[in-house]
Structure formats: C-alpha cells, structure tokens
Write a new protein. Sequence first.
Length: 850
Amino acid sequence: MSYKPFMKKLLTAVLLGLGSCSASAQDLKLNDLEYFEKQGINVLVYSNLFTGGFNDEKNAGIELIHHGVRTSQGGAVRLSSTPEQWDLVPTISNRKVDRSLKTIEATLRYAEYDFDSRVVVTAKGKGVEITVYLDKPLPKALEGKAGFNLEFLPSQYWGKAYLADGRFNRFPRYVVGNTLAKPNSEKPKQFKGYNTSDDRGSGKFIDPLPLETGRSLVLAPDDPSRLVKISSPDADLMLYDGRILAQNGWFVVRSKLPTGKTGKVLSWTVEANAIDGWIREPNIGFSQVGYLPSQPKVSVIELDKKDKPETTASLYKLGEDGKATKVFSGNIVPWGDYYKYHYVKFDFSSVTTPGIYYIQYGAVKTNNFLIAQTVYDQITEATSDVWIPIHMNHMTVNEGYRIWHGEPFKEGYLQAPPNTDHFDLHRQGPTTDTKYKALELIPGLNIGGYFDAGDFDIETGANIGVVQNFVKTWEYFKPQRDQTFVSQKQRYVDLHRPDGTPDILQFIEHGTLNLLAQAEIIGHMAQTLSNSVLDNYHHLGDAASITDGLPYNPKLGAHEIAADGKSSGVKDDMWAFTSRNPRLDFRAATMFAAASRALKGYNDDLADRALKQSKRLLKEASDLLAGQSQDNNAGPFGAANMGTYLQLFIATGEQNYSDEFLKLLWPSLERNVSFTLSTALDAVPYMNASFTEKLRPYVVKYKSYLDSLEKNNPYGVPIGIGNWAGSGDVVNFGTTVCFAHKFFPDIIDSKQLYKASNYLFGCHPYHNYSLVATLGATRPKNVFYGNNRADFSFIPGNVAPGLLFRKPDHFENYDDWPFLWGQNEGTIGGNTAYLIFGEAFRRGVSPKAR
Ligand SMILES: [Ca+2]
Ligand SMILES: [Ca+2]
Ligand SMILES: [Ca+2]
C-alpha cells in the first residue's frame, strides 16, 4: 500500500487552502484515450453515442467505470424521468476535448423538438463537474420535462444505502414505487411515434415519482467501491427507479432544466470514490468445461496494468478426502497489453492425470475444473435438448412440472399494411406483394418455426439459416439423439421424453413447416412474422399470452370481446411483412433443397413439397434477379449467393451450379481467406481431389491468419468490437478450424481446435465464466437475455454474445444484469451454429467419440 505520500500531499493541500487546485495523485486526469481517469475510476464522456439499432441501449452517454465495472451510463439531457428503450435519444455532435481546460464538451440535439443543449464535463479535483448550457430557452413542449439524467446499474446498487441531504434510505431490490397517471397529451414523444405501453383505454401514461429529492446525494456510503457523491448548488437532484416502467430500467439521478433561461442552466459535481491502493483482482481465464488429458492447457491471466505479475502459478489436485495437493508449479510468461489490461499466461499442459483441479495464482484460487477424457461429451446437449425445443413456436412446450409456454398466436397473422416501418428493423414496402389486403388474415402461417431470440418473432432469414444449420449437422454427423417428444398433431413438445424419432429431424421438420407455409401461402418468403404493436413486442413471460388468441375485429371496442367469444377488439394480432426479396427467396430455395434431402424417408410429403417450392422459388428469384444489377456480387466479402450455388449443386448435382460457385469462390478466397474458407470447406466432400489441392495454398494462408491472431490478442481468436459482441464469430471460427483440421490435418494441427472452445468456456476477458450455459461447465454464466430475463435467469444451452466492447478500451459482460442484448442475448441462428461447432469440435478432438 502506498497511500502515505497521497495523504501527505492531501494534508499539505488542505493546509495551504489549495483544495482541488493542487494536482494530487487522487485527481482525475484527462488521458490520451480522451476520458477522465485515475486508478479505480474512468469517466467516459460521449465515447459511446446513442447509435445502436434500438435507441436507448443503456450503453451510451456519460459513463462511469467504477473499480472495473461500468456502473453508470446514460448521462445526457433526456426528456423523461426514467427513459425507456424507445424514448427519444439525443444525437451528439461536435464533441471537443480541451486538454488545457481539462474539459470534454458536446452538443446534444433533439431534432423532433428542434432542441439543442451543450454539455461540458470538467475534471475538478477528485471528481468532475457537469454543466449544461442552453443558447435558447427550453421549447415550450419540453418545459418541466427536459432534464439532465445519469443512470446507475440496479444490480450494483440494490441493497445498498443512500443519503439525500443527510436523510438515509436503501436502494430497493425490487421496484415498488409511487407513480402518477397523467394525460397522454403531456407525454414526450417516443421514437417514431411508437408507444411502449398499452394504456388500456385510459388515455393516460405512467409518470414515476422520485424516491428522494435533495441538493446532495450520496450513493452507497456503505460500499467504498460504489460510493458516489453528487451535488448541485442550485437544482434539486431527484432519485428515480426506472424499473417501474420497464424491467430493464436503471436507477436515475435527474435534475430538471429551468424554463425560460439561457446560458449555464445546470451544474453538478460528481465524485466517485476511489479505494486507496486498489488493484483489480486478476481474472484467471480457463475452460470451465475442463480439459482432455492430452490437450494443451494454457490459462490466460488478465491483470491490472498496475499489478505486479507473479513469477509462478500452481495447480492443485483435490483428493477423495477433500484435501488439495500441489501437483504442478510453472512459470508465468508475459504476453503484453491488450486494451485496458496486461496479460500473462500459465501453461500447465504437462498435467495429464485425470482429476479435479484448481489454479492458484498469488492469493487467487479459482473454482475447480476437471481433467478427464469425458469433459466434452455433453457440450451440445443442453442446447439441443432444452434451448432449441423451448424456442419452438406455435407449440405448447412442457418440461417436467413446468410449462415453458402455451401455443402462441392461435389467431394467426395479418397482412402488414404497406409503407410500415417496424421497430425490429423491418419494413413493409409500398405494396403487399401478395393477394391479401392490408390487415387481412393470411391463414395457415401459424405453424412451425422458431422464436428469433429473447423476442418471439419469426425472422425468416434467421429461420432459413436455422434449418440449414440443422441439415448440415444431420448430414455431417447424423446425430440420433432422441430426448424430445414432438407432436405436430397435438402441437405439443415435451422435454426429456424420447418418442422414437431423432430430435434433429423433428427440428428440421418444424423449421420447414413454417417456411414452407410462407412459400405456399404467400407465394414467396416473408421478411418476418412479427408483432404489430410495440407494447407486446417487449413481452416477458409466456409467449401464448402475447396475443389473446382471438382475431381482431374492428367492429368491437378497444378491449371488447365478441358475444360469441370468437373475436376481440384488441389490436394485438401479429403481422406478416411480405415485401418480396428475391435474394431471400434464393436462400429459401437453397434451404428447401437441403431440407428435402434430410426429410426424405422421414416425412416424404414435406420433402416433396419443399423440393417443389425450391425449384419454383429458384426459377422465379432467378428471373427477378436477372432484371437487376449484378453489383451484389462485388462486396468486400464476395458474392452473397456463393454458398447458395454450392448448396444447390449439392442438392441437384447440376454442373452449372458448381461452375457458378467456383467462379465466385476463387476470387473471394483471394480477397479474404478467413471469411471464405468455411464455404470452401463445405464443398470438399462434394468436389474432386484437384479441388482439394487447389484449396491447399489457401489453407496455408489461413494458418498464417491463425498465427497472426496469436499476436492480435492474448486469446488467439477473432475478437469482435462491434455493438453486438463476438461469440458468434468465435463459434464460426471454431467450426472453420475444425473442418480445416479434418480435411488438412498436416496444415492445421489439433492444437488449433481448442482456441474457440477455451474462449467460449471461460478463457476470455472480464470474467472467467462460460459464455455457454452448457452441461459440464463448473461456472457457466448465471444470467442471459432470454425470454425469462426478468427473472435474472437463463435457458440452458444458450450462448451469450459475450464480451461487449465499449469504446475506447473496455470489454464487459454483466453476469448480474441480463438486459443488455448485445452481451447476453442468445439467438436461434447463433445457438444452432453452436450445435454444428459442438459436434465438429467433439468429433475433431476425440475422433472415437460417438
Ligand atoms: Ca427479432
Ligand atoms: Ca424425438
Ligand atoms: Ca388477437
């Protein structure tokens, strides 16, 4: 501990009356990455903007990373007390950093109200000052509504105390608060005029009341790692609980902006406590699923840059008597810095005796893990037996004593009206492209298909990929696993009840049923089958209760049910977005051809119909595309339909598809081998030996890409830094490596196989939990963004997107807060891709596996 010099300096400063003017080691500094920093505290000012696809993603604004955890965000001028996901967010421009003044300044604009403000954040001693400037007074419509907000993460504050002007209280674990119902005319606009709640005909919206109001707030005086003081000399600070409107709401500290004033209209001081001498605890990355005796075993240890690395680490083995024995000690080898932290490695590959172990690094002891020949045996079973069947739409899904959901959407789907934008990023174009009139029932679409993710829509593109993932898994590995009862006749699924049919065939059938209904009934593929109103899109709970199961009847009142009980006036029916996209039809044609191969001999009628639609859509889509420019083949990653030609060749054996595929493949491999190799490897079993030889130099090139990843980051996998974290990329990377090893073992050796699995199962930044809620993992993640996210829970077999990158240097995966989809939401596309990875990996590393 080296707090003594600080204390002396502080004492001197106080004695001399210099206060915050003295540059103490405790002061925040504006660093080279353009944020305010001292050990334990990062204050980010518009490093991350409100630019995600879904408006307020709780990932932007002024943010606080407090002792390594991003506990606060959303610092901005906002238009309501507890903003929801679809409330308006400001566009932020003109961000300026002034090093001499130690300020970061930005302009915030709400175009909907022609309202601009300027926010200036200045380092002042141990904290920051936040000031808001207006050049013009608040617009009339925003008087009493616009304010400066800063949001705090509930899971890091509940159960802790707070003080408001000295009055003490406690942050609630669950929201129970006071609200007012106010006329809708007073409600600030929401994004694109959407409405997040159903007012049940009351004409009123809910306005939460503050938990407390004062000029000075102290958050968590009982926890030095979360203690924050906020004060304002001339405005009330109000503390709100945003969870009252939406389960993903945060605690909000807010001051309203004054009306009729210009210039400096608000000033806050925000001081987050830094624990003296604090050093972040090492994050010891290892596989929570464990290791095969023969495989490489390297722990990647993530360290605070101020931490002094240990010289050795040890492996302990647990005996039958519960006693631990040190069985190995090895040197710590430095890797280097990667973004915020420093990385070292600990190689314990020489330990090969099966058993139960833990790693000891300095004072940190990990949880236990296994070294055994069987560790990977069950890695896909939670996904195939639990996660996937729970996501079967239009069925009742039961597990033991629990109904996961009843049969959803019994009333079917209505034709989406032309020129409709959709909140899940779809759009119905200027015509319906069908024989149906706007809002007319399209009968027969409520069959088969899979929920997209944590939401309940059928994304056609994703469902096409899902069926292809299943077919690929079936054709390569023929898994006979049967642990699920599926009855299309009863519309009933029962988990853990074998019914004599391999589950994967039933999954293929279920996906095909919906897609085929689209092709046969609509005549082409819909973009999506999705919610028509936002107030049931964010549904949490039983999917069967999203709609009332009764068709909408415009002759009835808003919440009325017809006397015969067969229709209702509730506008909750789902819509089919049916604008025709020939490229989607092309992909569907490919999928139908593949599905028909797999379904042959199991459901011949469905197989024949799928093949018929494949041929029809292929011809029609080709004709439609022929009339369009071919520019879509010239993207940076090559032709979008390269894989389509390959799958069509596999399905039909027709040479012209192979010719078209090869014409696109080789230039695409030249441009980007790491992106294209997977498609090329898919072709190997169906091509001749000269194809394999011609592919060989590209696999050599791919090997040098693998080597370059070792230098790119300490984990040796491609780490995405987009707005949706990168587990999906790692899964696909892992699958490519498995097949590259299968066909070219002399180039891609078996050591490469474990990179993706290690990363997914716990050897990654931020924490060391398995990102897959898989069987066998000692410590999988506890919470995921699934349809049970409001219960802070998970659905077994889910794969989290994982480590979300926040600019400029922070990786994050909350495991106490499920609601950030970009880090915690598994998707049907991603989880069925994991099925292929798991099967390929298991068989690749243990060729004698089932
Ligand atoms: Ca969706
Ligand atoms: Ca079955
Ligand atoms: Ca209905």
